[in-house]
Design a protein around this ligand. Structure first.
Ligand code: IPM
Ligand code: MG
Length: 372
């Protein structure tokens, strides 16, 4: 049996294109790896009523970690329309497979490095090195939502919270609600991951990004935990910034920031913002990491209009492969990938369309492979 068994989930859209690029790089590293294909994505929603079939979950359980490309998701009405006729009346509800994987495998830490590689014409500046730690399992993503709001819940909320009174005149069918659930254990875990990472990689600060002046209980809990944990790391400074101000500071002085730690929704937002500062989604890799399993995926989506055209930038996917190798302890191979990416970006001879070039996805992968 191979040393590492990796679930290989291209998904759909450009997921296939970029995973093919990742394979070119991975295979030339000569590691003892077996990849096992798994079904996931839009076509399985349409044909089976589930974009993440149970057999794929089982496959993941038999592997060391998973590499995942991209998948399409569409709003409720469109999703229902595209469902095969035999599933239309079965009450299938589309929910994002990646969010489900994060929750089902308790992949609590979403690690999103956003580093500027010099020579990239898309960089906002060349000295940016931001690493986002996003809590990955709860907050507004807990999936606890209501529309309409059940009467019993309304009554209870009215009894428990005076601010509900203001909504008395609104009918339950005219209200939707998503629960922002933040727990102490999950907050502690992500904050600790951020501090451990900062310590291991020589960052002098960790910035906690929340909104405790308004979200006094949820963001409040998160920030209070950050202050407690920060005391265990006297060599690292804790900075506190509100999410809105953080967006502004990241545009104004991104070079001042290193490790950022935040809850799920805010992390979703600032990781896209940070990615754009270093060349956009074509450069941003991510890991969903739990205690005993991890799923690695580029931050970008499936870009269906480019599917199969081998046009999109594979660097995000290739850097994602690098993160996976770090996780597996293959740090030397991981460093070789990053170094090869650095050289290709610096040289500027091979560039995909987003960087103003005309090279294909696979030509870019080949160029990176040549520098391994
Ligand atoms: C991300 C994506 C996902 C998210 C979507 C595809 C559900 O935007 O990984 O950042 O919101 O987490
Ligand atoms: Mg996102």
């Amino acid at each position: 049996m191979a040393k590492y068994r990796i679930a290989w989930l291209p998904g759909d859209g450009v997921g296939n294109d970029v995973m093919e690029a990742a394979r070119i790089v991975l295979e030339s590293l000569n590691l003892d790896i077996e990849t096992i294909h798994g079904d996931i994505g839009w076509e399985f929603w349409c044909s089976e009523g589930d974009p993440l079939p149970a057999r794929t979950i089982e496959l993941l359980k038999q592997t060391d970690c998973c590499l995942f490309g991209a998948i399409t998701s569409k709003p409720k009405e469109e999703a229902e329309q595209e469902l095969a006729p035999e599933f239309k009346s079965k009450g299938c509800v589309y929910s994002s497979p990646i969010v489900r994987l994060r929750q089902e495998f308790n992949l609590h830490t979403n690690l999103r490095p956003c580093k500027a590689y010099s020579g990239n014409p898309l960089n906002y500046r060349d000295d940016i090195d931001i690493v986002v730690f996003r809590e990955n399992t709860e907050d507004l993503y807990s999936g606890i939502e209501f529309h309409p709001i059940p009467e019993r819940l309304r009554t209870l909320l009215r009894e428990e919270h005076s601010k509900m009174k203001r909504f008395d005149a609104v009918a339950s069918e005219d209200m939707a609600m998503t629960l922002r659930l933040i727990t102490r254990p999950a907050s502690q875990r992500i904050i600790r991951s951020a501090f451990d990472y900062a310590k291991a990689h020589g960052y002098s600060s960790v910035t906690v990004v929340e909104k405790p002046n308004v979200l006094r209980e949820t963001s409040g809990l998160f920030v209070r935990e950050a202050r407690k944990i920060a005391r265990e790391y006297p060599e690292i400074e804790l900075w506190e910034t509100n999410i809105d101000a953080m967006c502004m500071w990241l545009i104004k002085n991104p070079q001042d920031y290193g490790v950022l730690v935040t809850s799920n929704m805010f992390g979703d937002i600032i990781s896209d913002l940070s990615a754009q500062l270093v060349g956009g989604l074509g450069f941003s890799a991510s890991g969903n990491i739990g205690d005993s399993y991890a799923v690695f995926e580029p931050t970008h989506g499936s870009a269906p209009k480019y599917a199969g055209q081998y046009k999109v930038n594979p660097i995000a996917m290739i850097l994602t492969t690098k993160l996976m190798l770090d996780y597996l302890g293959e740090t030397e191979a991981a460093a070789r990938i990053e170094n090869a990416v650095k050289i290709v970006v610096q040289e500027g001879k091979v560039r995909t369309y987003d960087m103003g070039g005309a090279s294909s996805t696979l030509e870019t992968a080949e160029a990176i492979r040549a520098h391994l």
